[in-house]
Design a protein around this ligand. Structure first.
Ligand code: ZN
Length: 158
């Protein structure tokens, strides 16, 4: 069994802090960094035991979409692997794409993020795409999207 860390890495803590800063009303029910005793017994080699993993609660209503986060964080150099909604993706096996997660916890209420061993101090923004205006309605979002679209090319009259 890996020794249990007393403190989570700054990078892991930054995930939760930044998510809360960007979406203050988000649900935190499934957040987690360091493991409980039960968790350790069940999964003694978990990255949670060393402070290099973090669980972020899925909360669509308040703008924390873990499906979206799962896809976008594949680009983050700090990520070792991700688990959400019965799927796992790891940098090491990135070529295989999303794989079926066979663990007992299917991670439907939170995304699990494991951080590379040498990147525990990197607290740069984890969710930079969330740092933009939130549209109150789907219509407002659609209207904004339309305004950003380039104008269609005019057909040449010959
Ligand atoms: Zn986890």
């Amino acid at each position: 069994m890996k020794p249990v860390a007393k403190k989570a890495t700054p990078a892991a803590m930054a995930v939760l802090r930044q998510a809360t800063a960007l979406r203050p009303k988000r649900n935190k029910a499934s957040d987690g960094i360091l493991p409980s005793a039960a968790h350790m017994k069940q999964n003694p080699s978990s990255d949670h035991n060393t402070g290099f993993a973090v669980d972020l609660t899925h909360d669509l209503k308040h703008g924390i979409d873990c499906a979206d986060i799962f896809d976008k964080l594949k680009q983050d150099k700090r990520v070792k692997y991700l688990i959400f909604n019965g799927r796992i993706w790891s940098k090491e096996r990135a070529k295989e794409g999303n794989r079926k997660y066979t663990g007992s916890n299917q991670h439907t209420r939170h995304i699990h993020i494991s951080i590379n061993d040498d990147m525990g101090k990197d607290t740069s923004p984890w969710l930079p795409w969330l740092d933009k205006p939130v549209f109150k309605t789907a219509d407002a979002a659609r209207a904004a999207a339309l305004r950003l679209k380039p104008l269609p090319k005019k057909k040449e009259n010959k």
